[in-house]
Design a protein. Sequence first.
Length: 167
Amino acid sequence: MDLYWLSQALAYWFMVLFLIPLNYIKKLLLFGFLGGFVYTWIVQIIAVNILNRWIFEVDIFMIYNIPVFFSLSWFAVTIIFGYLLWRFPVYQVWIVLFFAFWATAMNYTSLSLNRIFLPGWSVPETFMFAIFSHILLLYGFKYLHNISELGANKDMITDSLSGLKKR
């Protein structure tokens, strides 16, 4: 037993406090809690305890075979995700892709460090599920904050790429 998930959660929460203004953190707490903690917890309950897709190594604080600090870390990451969507909506495609890659990289890292085992899952499946999850979070963010410019539209890819051309 070590402090891997606690360390990850602390690092992500320090990123939140360092990178995001307090007024945005307050606005994003509900989104972060529902999308980061609750959604992550539900996915873990289903994947770990019902479908047996992955197994977490024993950690300092676990409930139903899931490290609590794992879910707390994604609470923080979801606040960062929401902040970037709020501040830079034209880059929503890139933000979703970045966070899907981030989730996949963190899955690969924890797998390499033997903090998680994937008997019924793979890293590429993590990436595909991360894309699905972050699109779901995108629409959850849009709903919670009544933001109409986020989400799929016919010019989404063109608009996103035009932001890169402005540089």
